[in-house]
Design a protein around this ligand. Structure first.
Ligand SMILES: Nc1nc2c(ncn2[C@@H]2O[C@H](COP(=O)(O)OP(=O)(O)O)[C@@H](O)[C@H]2O)c(=O)[nH]1
Ligand SMILES: [Mg+2]
Length: 234
């Protein structure tokens, strides 16, 4: 975080902008919803499931997606923090379970990205053990957010993840990322097409970390699935 102390406003700028009434209400609600995400903290990056904190009584929402789908950017945007999850232009590097704490035993889990061709076979099977083990065994896991580039077809892994969610009766949100790359109309019809195709198997939303689109619905979904997010810092 940058220190704000020495920022001096230009003398011509008015000190306060009048705020429209309906905006005051909207911002208050947004702030309450955003607060636990803004306080999200990195806990650890685990190369093995045994390194994770005790699987007792907490609640986790996991983020899954093909490498380069925009997962780290989405986590950063949802948490309103620039460097929480590292974003990268070199796909497939992170092969660990990365955990973030929201307080009150609520957590976000950044799963290693899948389906990148340049990852060696041995690493891919390591990935599978780690991710499968987590998805099958973790009792704290209550929901999965799948990130998929709006412009690309759903991958086999996206579909596998959807079917996992159905098997374990986990809530599932599919975020169609990089929505800024298509026109509003094209993005809207792609959204409708995927909603029809999935027929209620997942909630589906448009998302753009770049344009800050779909952040509030994503926060609302996660907060609802995790339940009891702490409103005040403790
Ligand atoms: N245009 C656009 N690019 C994005 C968006 N989100 C991520 N990207 C870009 O996509 C690339 C991969 O993003 P990253 O978050 O690291 O993906 P990850 O591998 O799934 O974690 C980076 O170059 C990002 O700048 C978005 O909403 N819009
Ligand atoms: Mg990433």
């Amino acid at each position: 975080m940058q220190p704000q102390g020495n920022v001096v406003s230009a003398p011509s700028k008015p000190q306060r902008q009048p705020i429209a009434k309906h905006k005051v209400h909207a911002e208050r609600i947004d702030h309450q919803l955003a607060a636990p995400f803004r306080r999200a903290r990195f806990v650890l990056a685990a190369a093995a499931r045994e390194q994770l904190p005790a699987d007792a009584g907490g609640a986790e929402v996991a983020f899954a997606g093909r490498s380069n789908a925009g997962k780290s950017s989405a986590i950063n945007a949802i948490c309103d923090q620039t460097g929480l999850a590292r974003t990268s232009k070199t796909p497939g590097r992170t092969q660990q379970l990365v955990l973030f704490d929201l307080g009150d035993d609520r957590r976000l889990m950044d799963l290693p990205g899948y389906g990148y061709a340049k990852v060696p076979i041995a690493m891919r099977s390591g990935w599978r053990d780690l991710v499968d083990g987590y998805l099958q065994q973790r009792q704290s896991l209550v929901g999965v957010v799948i990130l998929s580039d709006l412009r690309q077809a759903l991958t086999d892994f996206d579909r596998q993840m959807l079917s996992w969610c159905a098997t374990r009766e986990l809530r599932c949100l599919l975020l169609l990322t990089k929505a800024d790359k298509l026109s509003r109309g094209a993005a809207g019809s792609r959204l409708q097409q995927i909603r029809n195709e999935l027929a209620g198997a997942a909630d589906v939303q448009l998302f753009s970390a770049l344009k800050k689109q779909g952040i509030e619905p994503a926060r609302r979904w996660i907060a609802e699935v995790l339940g009891n997010l702490p409103a005040e810092s403790s």
